[in-house]
Design a protein around this ligand. Sequence first.
Ligand SMILES: Cc1cc2nc3c(=O)[nH]c(=O)nc-3n(C[C@H](O)[C@H](O)[C@H](O)COP(=O)(O)OP(=O)(O)OC[C@H]3O[C@@H](n4cnc5c(N)ncnc54)[C@H](O)[C@@H]3O)c2cc1C
Length: 411
Amino acid sequence: MSGAEIAVIGAGVIGLAIAHRLALDGREVVVIDPAPPGSGASYGNAGTIADYAIQPVGTPDVLRNLPSLLFDRNSPLSIRHAALPTLAPWLLRFARQSLPGAARRNAVAIADLMAGALPGWDALASEIGGEDLMRRQGCMYLFETQAGFRGAQNDLAFRRSLGVSVEMLNGDELAAMEPGLPPVEGGAAYFPRAVFFTDPGAMVGRLEAAARAAGVQFVTARVDGLTRSAGQVQLTGVGLDLQAKRVVIAAGAHSKALARAAGDRVPLETERGYHVEWDMEVPRLSRPCCPTSRGFYFCPMQGRLRVAGTVELGGVTAPASAHRIAKLVEGARAFFPDLGPPDRKWLGFRPSMPDSLPVIGPSRGGDDVLHAYGHGHVGLTMAPVTAQMVADLVAGRTPDAAITPCLPSRF
Ligand SMILES: Cc1cc2nc3c(=O)[nH]c(=O)nc-3n(C[C@H](O)[C@H](O)[C@H](O)COP(=O)(O)OP(=O)(O)OC[C@H]3O[C@@H](n4cnc5c(N)ncnc54)[C@H](O)[C@@H]3O)c2cc1C
């Protein structure tokens, strides 16, 4: 293939949702990715459609604890020390975005984006035949101590003020809803509206199939070069030489160099995240439960229990850390001591911005290149909202006002 109306770089949940939406709008779309569609971060996540996750990663609390969090290799937020010099500029921006005023503004902007998340997935799941993979049983934060419960009250009140539904459960109420859990002293915060996927990889597979059925073409190649010439954008790479009228950069944590080639400098880094899985017929819980002090979720998935989460700052090239995986297993065994060695281990790359807001919108050099990446911890949740915004931009419609804080021109 040598020409296309629209080329989408990256076949994660973001690129696929965009390609699918554009194809339904009657556009001719090609998706380019060297890896199988949906095999990046979009495969191994916790599967929560977490419209309650309106807090940015950077908050005054995180800022206060940043030194101890970053330099304690056992904490849920850690850093690979070798990567510190490269990460310093991002960390500086992150620290600034964690100050009270900025953190509050970012939360309000995230809440605006989240308003469309559940309706967006309801519509998308029905279009792609994915309803059987959705569960409407909410999600929970678990507090292992009374102090943890008390410490969360301000945060939960703030979320309520931004429209999040949350119910507090004491230990007995929690035990009644999740009898498979051991006693949890501080109880739980229950987000009843939240939805989860029993297999995010399968959901993304359905999205790929629906995109193909709508006419989207797929090219297996890595985009190494992006240049503008004569009203076209040229994409090159090994075995790839393609001209498109429009290009959407949706390569997740790998988007920075492509954005740079389009003339845009974006402070994109990755928060590396892990999962471990144990095969079992009945995965012990009815809904995703996150012991907040440990920074991971127990996720009941089809035929397995997935334990997914934690943050490791340290780039996209270093191998998985055996220590981080061991900590995840240890954390899981604090609740379920009988778990043996996990059946699978996985490392994935969240595409992370210092303000926890995605980058969505036109390049400085013109709207022939659109950006759509940087969704951090909530890319699965925000995929349909992002796709709609990109489709609106392509069609010349005014996108939802929630796009404004996401524009690449904010840097
Ligand atoms: C442990 C963990 C738990 C998570 N839990 C949740 C959750 O519960 N809910 C939620 O909403 N989100 C969650 N997330 C975040 C979510 O998974 C990501 O935000 C989302 O998957 C990002 O999607 P993406 O399409 O941008 O990136 P990816 O899925 O990583 O896709 C990017 C694609 O771009 C391709 N690519 C890279 N470079 C190039 C190139 N040069 N040319 C062509 N293609 C290229 C890659 O091969 C890849 O296929 C979690 C993430 C992790 C790691």
